[in-house]
Design a protein around this ligand. Sequence first.
Ligand code: KIV
Ligand code: ZN
Length: 516
Amino acid sequence: MSNRIILFDTTLRDGEQCPGASMSPREKLEVARQLERLQVDVIEAGFPVISEGDFNSVRQIATEIQGSKICGLARCVAKDIEAAAHAVKPAGKRGRIHVFLATSKIHREFKLAKAQDEIIRMAVEGVRLAKSFVEDVEFSPEDASRTEPDFLARVTEAVIAAGATTVNIPDTVGYAVPEEFGNLIGSLFANVKNINNAIISVHCHNDLGLAVANSLAAIKAGARQIEGTINGIGERAGNAAIEELVMAMKTRKDYYRDYELGLNHREIVKTSRLVARMSGLMVQRNKAVVGENAFAHSSGIHQDGIIKKRETYEIMDPTEIGWGETELPLTKHSGRNALEQRLKHLGYKLLKEEVERLFVEFKTIGDKKKFVYDDDLIALVDNQINEVQETFSLEYMHVSSGIGQIPTATIRLRKGEEVLMDAGTGDGAADAAMQAIDRLTGKRGHLVEYLVRAVTEGHDAIGEVSLKVNFGNGELVGGKAASTDVIESSARAYLNAVNRSFLLEKTKALSIPSTP
Ligand code: KIV
Ligand code: ZN
């Protein structure tokens, strides 16, 4: 058995299932490009059948990304499998279809109302159909960790015989504990005759905070593919965090000496930050490996130890993960060429007209700020990437507020040829602007989360606003924008959420039941 561990990233599929984390196709493409630089082996780019937007996004990623395999998810249903097959087709031999069907007793009885033999028949048919489109087929018995082990072994053997090249064992509800989960994987190796004809994978959720530990236990028991997400984002408490898995195996090479990984760990911090910005899910400060505090030592004893020898209190070298890569800032005197070079260094692949627009914005910012840092540039590029096909764009805003005054905002929006203007009042300047936007767009948003962050230090820093809005249907829609004026960022971020909600309505996910 090869000891190469295949890293399967599902940030764009399971990660995006996190409430309020939905990304536009452009944002997903940026994440996919960065995942390629990170050198993950497989990118699960989406669930093509759920909407036209998901389908097109998987297809676009399958067309552009060359360095990783591209996978599309499908239920065990012909229309799902066909949609996934068409979406990953541009990836050619690097295309994978991932078919799933629940196998646990509770899912069989209450969700599917199907007997064991029927489940096996459907799984085999699904795998065979997928196999008629691509060579690389993954099958997942959903809720595997709560499936009777002997039945799980029967399903595994049947789908491998039908042509599955990977069988993924999901801990769908994050119920497993490490030793038991390792034993489950071990029992498959002991009881499934044809197990060596496929790669055994695991996909662990983090409901008990054990996703990474369970995945590591599975590797010791024979699993050779690990599924996870960047920053551990995903359904409910999320998935196994890829950066934690990789750094655990790298740092404890003495314990995981027999295994090999293909990941470029120097891209970890960059990837984590990009995913946080694109998904709007900020990373907690004390998060392992990628949190702001992961390498911050505040106690005097620790600082003293670090100065004498870094390894006294640091088990990882932060620079190996991409921490602390700072470049000299640009200024308003820097030219187009310097800007283009810096954007390239930051990993952006922008169209000519995007660079032109950015250059204008860069000059405007350069006039306001002495130095334009990489984080400022990232915020400006994000402003462009975040722009969903705009339904409404902000043309003019005047805000008046102060102590003893009623905050008022006058806003002018453009919608195609139409120009709309109105005013709103609120309990603050940002609220007034949002009220005016509601009046103009006909939306009625309830702000559920509102975060302001200075992207660099200093009074003149760019302020980035990231918010989540409920437009009445219970679904959270994210919005983001950055400017040196936080009231402007707030209005733009809110309008960004309004535009996203129109886009979501248009490409509305057919809320598909999990029952085939
Ligand atoms: O958690 C899960 O079971 C899944 C499957 C689709 C693999 O996400
Ligand atoms: Zn999952």
